[in-house]
Design a protein around this ligand. Structure first.
Ligand code: NAI
Ligand code: MG
Length: 335
C-alpha cells in the first residue's frame, strides 16, 4: 500500500535532517511517497510568501505532513508560520513525548517516559488582545479558555492513554489563582476524567508540577495542560532526557496532522552536516503511529535506540564526531 505525505524541508538545518530522515524511511520500505512543499524562508525566496497556497493545499489533500523547522523572520510583521499552520488546520493537540535514551549526556539516562499533551489553539500563548499603552507603561493580554477546547484536549489525552496502554494522566493547572480560565479547564478535565475509570487521573498545580518533574520524573506518565504551561513543561521534559536533539512533537487535528522536531532551524550549525536527525526521526515514528502503523513506529524507535547504545556515528551534540547523514546511515542499517 502506498501513501503520500507532504514533506516540508524547511530552513537552516531543515533540509539536512530531512534528507537524513527520508534516507531512514526509505530504508524501511514503507511504501511512502513524498510530495515536497515549501514554507518559511525557502518559500519566501521561491514564491514570495512564507506559506504558499500550494503548501496548504498539499497538507489538506494528504492530511499528513512531515515538517522540518522553519525560520520565522524577526520583525517586519511576520507572525510565526508554525502558529499559523496550527491555526489554519485547527491542530488542537500538541503531543510531545520525552523518553530516556542511552548515551545522551542527560540527567536521566533511564526511567523517564512522559508524554505532554498540550492544548494548541487557545489560552495566553496565542497572544489575543495584546495591547501596549501609548506611554509604554502598561501591557495587556486576553486569555481565553473554552469548555470545548478544554474538553477535546483532555479527551484526546485520555483516549491516547487508553489506546497506547498508558496508566495515568496528570492534569496540570493553576486553578487556585487563575480561577476563571484554569478553573474552567480543571472543571472540564474532571468531568472528562470521570468517563475513563480505567485510567488513573491526578491533578497538579503547575509550579509544584515543575518541582516534581525535576525531582521524580519517573513518576509521571501522561500530562495534559493548557497551551502556555504545555510549552514550558514540554521543554522542561526535553531537558530531563538530553535536550532538543531528541525531542519530537506532533500537531494533531481532525483534518490534518503535522509532525516535527521541537527544535528550531539552528542557524548556528546549518550547512555543517552535524545536526542530530533524531528529533525529526522520532517525529516520523509518531507519524507512523498516527497512520496506524505501530509496528513500523516501534521498528524505527528500536533502530534509533540500538544506534545510540552502540554509540555508532553519534553527532557532536551527543558527544560524538559523526555527521547527520552518517548517523542516519547507521540507523538505517538497523531498521
Ligand atoms: P534552535 O532550536 O534552532 O537552536 C537552539 C540550540 O540548539 C542551537 O545551539 C542549535 O544549534 C541547537 N540545536 C537545535 N537543533 C539541533 C539538532 N537537531 N542537532 C544539534 N543541535 C541542535 O532555536 P533558536 O536558535 O532559538 O531558533 C532558530 C530559528 O528556528 C528561529 O527562527 C525560530 O523562530 C525557529 N524555530 C522554529 C521552530 C519550528 O519550526 N517548529 C521551533 C523553534 C524555533
Ligand atoms: Mg516552545
Amino acid at each position: 500500500m502506498t501513501q503520500t505525505i507532504t514533506v516540508i524541508r524547511g530552513d537552516g538545518i531543515g533540509p539536512e535532517i530531512m534528507e537524513a530522515t527520508l534516507h531512514v524511511l526509505d530504508a524501511m520500505q514503507l511504501g511512502l511517497q513524498y510530495e515536497f512543499a515549501e514554507a518559511g524562508m525557502a518559500a519566501l525566496e521561491q514564491h514570495g510568501e512564507l506559506l504558499p497556497q500550494a503548501t496548504l493545499d498539499s497538507i489538506r489533500t494528504h492530511r499528513i505532513a512531515l515538517k522540518s523547522p522553519l525560520t520565522t523572520p524577526v520583525g517586519g510583521g511576520f507572525s510565526s508560520i508554525n502558529v499559523e499552520l496550527r491555526k489554519r488546520f485547527d491542530l488542537y493537540a500538541n503531543v510531545r513525548p520525552a523518553k530516556s535514551f542511552p548515551n545522551t549526556k542527560s540527567r536521566f539516562p533511564s526511567g523517564v517516559d512522559i508524554i505532554t499533551v498540550r492544548e494548541n489553539t487557545e489560552g495566553a500563548y496565542i497572544g489575543e488582545g495584546q495591547t501596549l499603552s501609548a506611554d509604554g507603561e502598561t501591557a495587556t493580554l486576553t486569555q481565553k479558555v473554552t469548555r470545548r477546547g478544554s474538553e477535546r484536549i483532555v479527551r484526546y489525552a485520555f483516549d491516547m492513554a487508553r489506546r497506547i496502554g498508558r496508566k495515568k494522566v496528570t492534569v496540570v493547572h493553576k486553578a487556585n489563582i487563575l480561577k476563571s480560565t484554569s478553573g474552567l479547564f480543571l472543571k472540564t478535565a474532571r468531568e472528562v476524567a470521570a468517563q475513563y475509570p480505567d485510567i488513573e487521573c491526578n491533578e497538579m498545580i503547575v509550579d509544584a508540577c515543575c518541582m516534581k518533574l525535576v525531582m521524580e520524573p519517573e513518576k509521571f506518565d501522561v500530562i495534559v495542560t493548557t497551551n502556555l504551561f504545555g510549552d514550558i513543561i514540554s521543554d522542561l521534559c526535553a531537558g530531563l532526557v538530553g535536550g532538543l536533539g531528541l525531542a519530537p512533537g506532533a500537531n494533531i487535528g481532525t483534518e490534518a496532522a503535522i509532525f516535527e522536531a521541537v527544535h528550531g532551524s539552528a542557524p548556528d550549525i546549518a550547512g555543517k552536516g552535524i545536526a542530530n536527525p533524531c528529533a525529526l526521526l522520532l517525529a516520523a515514528a509518531q507519524m507512523l503511529d498516527h497512520m496506524g502503523r505501530p509496528a513500523d513506529a516501534t521498528r524505527l524507535r528500536e533502530a534509533i535506540v540500538a544506534t545510540l547504545e552502540a554509540k555508532d556515528s553519534l553527532t557532536p551534540d551527543l558527544g560524538g564526531t559523526g555527521t547527520t547523514l552518517g548517523f542516519a546511515r547507521a540507523i538505517a542499517a538497523r531498521v
